[in-house]
Design a protein around this ligand. Structure first.
Ligand SMILES: CC(=O)N[C@H]1[C@@H](OP(=O)(O)OP(=O)(O)OC[C@H]2O[C@@H](n3ccc(=O)[nH]c3=O)[C@H](O)[C@@H]2O)O[C@H](CO)[C@@H](O)[C@@H]1O
Length: 401
């Protein structure tokens, strides 16, 4: 993705955002989709990612051949207690933001992007502010229903605010509503093109019983202690009824592996434990008949685009309780089961049991989930990026700016 062979004609895009998968993968998908759209018109893409060294993007961008740089940034911590907001860690981190802005400004002034795309996460703040200072068009993409902290800080500087859901529109401050365009949340195209048989082969799941359903348990990129605990407690019950692929987070593999050693050989052949699901994710999703998961926006976008029956265990402390909101929203239309409040092995058994034993119920839930999917989100976001670059207004209801 280098402009060397097309120095003058390449479209220049800076993306910024990351930390978790929820902010990283939409940015990556936007880059790839834009690159394909430009290539179809004989134009190259020169992309640069401004991220943090400790975020998922530091691995993802270089692996995809996207140039990657870091800037200083401070984590913005949320707290209901105003006194905690002036903690030493917060004061130190906030002091780093101006340094990050200065660094990002130099990068943007040198790169001269046609557009800066910010997908959230605290690194997006200095880079987004610098885009405004350098007078470059700034597109924000929000994955969740309520604007995340970074996007709230940047919304006044945005050329467009791309939203994942119509239900975000009334929640936006009136002053920025005119910049909003609903695109959906881009998912990696390969997520829609997995093969169950490839998952069996790649992950060596030869002990899996194809006469019972397969459950994919996922706690998001870092894994979830809560989901790990409740799945561990329900594991023998689950394995009597299903094969289980359990993505537990890299930090939790060892302890869970020790506990799984107590399973009988007949059950342990049906159990596959992994810290992180990498390029095989599409195949794992294709194999899964039921998913037990956190309800982060990225996972939700993938599961609805695919139409997967799901039991959601939301992260209770997510910003504005948005994961609970996401899960409830799908449950209301019969597109998922949401486990809110305290979750135990009993409540998991009660939620998952009917889905494991009744294929007709799974098909009905899958159809209702698919109705929420937006597989064309990446294309719509690319429309917005191109529109921001050309200065032409886009989106329904937009009078132009
Ligand atoms: C703790 C936290 O801040 N959570 C937020 C974070 O979610 P977080 O990033 O944790 O979760 P998401 O569901 O949004 O995205 C996870 C992404 O990682 C992928 N994945 C996950 C596990 C794995 O082993 N392999 C893999 O590829 C998933 O398929 C998905 O694409 O950003 C989301 C989008 O702003 C928000 O909705 C969440 O509330």
């Amino acid at each position: 993705m280098n402009s060397a062979s097309h120095p003058s004609s390449a479209f220049r895009l800076i993306v910024t955002g990351g930390g978790t998968g929820g902010h990283t993968y939409p940015a990556l998908t936007a880059i790839r989709t834009l690159q394909a759209r430009l290539a179809a018109n004989g134009r190259a893409l020169d992309a640069l990612w401004i991220g943090t060294q400790d975020g998922l993007e530091a691995r993802v961008a270089p692996a995809e051949g996207v140039a990657f740089v870091t800037v200083a940034t401070g984590k913005i911590r949320r707290s209901a207690n105003p006194l905690k907001l002036v903690s030493p860690a917060n004061v130190r981190d906030m002091a780093r933001v101006p340094l990050g802005v200065a660094q990002a400004r130099r990068i943007i002034a040198g790169f001269q992007p046609d557009v800066v795309l910010a997908t959230g996460g605290y690194v997006a703040v200095p880079a987004g502010l610098a885009a405004r200072m350098c007078r470059r068009p700034l597109v924000l993409h929000e994955q969740t229903v309520r604007l995340g902290l970074a996007n709230r800080k940047l919304s006044g500087s945005a050329t467009y605010i791309a939203l994942s859901s119509e239900s975000s529109l009334p929640l936006l401050p009136e002053s920025v509503r005119e910049m909003a365009v609903v695109t959906g949340n881009p998912i990696r195209p390969e997520v829609l093109a997995g093969h169950a048989s490839k998952a069996i082969e790649t992950l060596e799941l030869r002990g899996f019983d194809r006469n019972v359903p397969t459950v994919y348990v996922t706690g998001g990129a870092q894994g979830s202690q809560q989901i790990n605990d409740v799945v561990r407690d329900a594991l023998p019950w689950l394995l009597e009824r299903a094969n289980v692929i359990h993505q537990c987070g890299p930090a939790h593999v060892e302890s869970l592996r020790k506990q799984a050693a107590a399973l009988s050989p007949a059950l342990s052949r049906r159990y596959h434990l992994t810290g992180f699901v990498g390029p095989e994710l599409p195949d794992v999703l294709a194999l899964a008949d039921v998913v037990i998961s956190r309800s982060g926006a990225g996972t939700l976008a993938e599961l609805t685009a695919l139409g997967k029956p799901a039991v959601f265990i939301p992260l209770a402390s997510s910003a504005g309780n948005e994961q609970a909101h996401n899960a409830r929203h799908l449950e209301e239309s019969g597109a998922a089961v949401a486990l809110l409040g305290e979750v135990t092995a009993d409540s998991l058994r009660a939620a998952a049991g009917p889905l494991l034993t009744d294929p007709v119920r799974r098909v009905a839930m899958a159809e209702r989930a698919r109705a929420h999917g937006r597989p064309d989100a990446a294309d719509r976001l690319v429309d917005v990026i191109l529109s921001a670059a050309s200065g032409h207004p886009t989106g329904p209801g937009r009078a132009g700016r």
